[in-house]
Design a protein around this ligand. Structure first.
Ligand code: ADE
Length: 261
């Protein structure tokens, strides 16, 4: 039995073929850890022209996705499963912005249906009577919900038990609330850019501290907002104080009017 089943509704099923078959997601599907099915919304139309969109009532630009085929597809899937899905997610720039907490919560569900909207949007009755969550992948507008759905599935798959090692997940930056420290591999000297000595020293304690300090320095300069929510220990606070006082003395050294040097 797989842990998570995801059904995706789209009018462009071909778009999903490669991204959801390669690499980690492909392996997770092959080994049965996750089941992903792609449904073509057009297959659930009943009219002669197999229409999935129509003009908006009241006029205006663009086309609106019709409710009937999306309701029919969802009902078909839920009937096959014998119960309602845990979540019916609409990918839309109007949704809640995706974050790691939401990803983790979704990975704990058993059955998720994702609706990929196209055109100018969807008939509002889908929101009223079908959709449980609306998710955006960022404050920009894409041509449709297909790429956002792939982003969501990729992020969620990583948290399905057995897909990645626990170490990988526990050690990654968003888990601790700070960004990653810099990493290097061979060669030690690449075009005169030398790997920091401490990493070659073999002194594990020194390496651990160096990495921690680098991670904090990076977070402080790039994403200080993360530090407010990060779970920091007393050693982190000490390192942060060191970093700040080092930065302050660098600043004093650069100031031509500094009388204290
Ligand atoms: N559809 C179009 N743009 C989107 C976005 N940023 N997030 C989710 N779905 C979308």
């Amino acid at each position: 039995m797989c842990d998570l089943k995801i059904d995706i509704l789209t009018i462009f099923p071909e778009m999903f073929k490669v991204p959801l078959s390669e690499s980690i997601i492909g392996k997770a599907r092959e080994s049965g850890l996750i089941e992903i099915n792609i449904y073509n919304i057009r297959d659930f139309t009943v009219d002669k022209h197999r229409m999935t969109d129509d003009y908006p009532f009241g006029g205006g630009a663009g086309m609106i996705m019709k409710p009937e085929p999306i309701f029919a597809a969802t009902e078909y899937i839920q009937k096959k499963m014998g119960e309602p899905a845990d979540r019916v997610i609409l990918m839309t720039p109007q949704g809640k912005t995706l974050n790691q907490g939401m990803v983790k919560a979704l990975a704990e569900e058993h059955h998720i249906i994702i609706i990929c909207a196209r055109y100018e949007g969807v008939d509002e009755r889908l929101r009223d009577a079908l959709v449980t969550d609306e998710i955006s992948i960022g404050d920009y507008v894409l041509t449709g919900g297909e790429l956002p759905a792939m982003v969501l599935v990729d992020a969620v798959t990583r948290f399905v038990p057995g897909v990645l090692s626990r170490d990988t997940l526990v050690n990654e930056s968003f888990e601790k609330g700070v960004l990653d420290y810099p990493q290097y591999t061979r060669p030690r000297d690449f075009r005169g850019m030398i790997v920091p000595d401490v990493l070659i020293s073999g002194n594990h304690e020194k390496i651990r501290l160096w990495r921690k300090k680098q991670a904090l320095t990076r977070t402080l300069s790039r994403r200080p907002d993360l530090l407010e929510k990060a779970s920091l220990d007393p050693e982190d606070y000490k390192l942060l104080r060191d970093i700040k006082s080092e930065q302050l003395s660098d600043l004093m050294r650069e100031d031509p009017e500094n009388e204290y040097d």
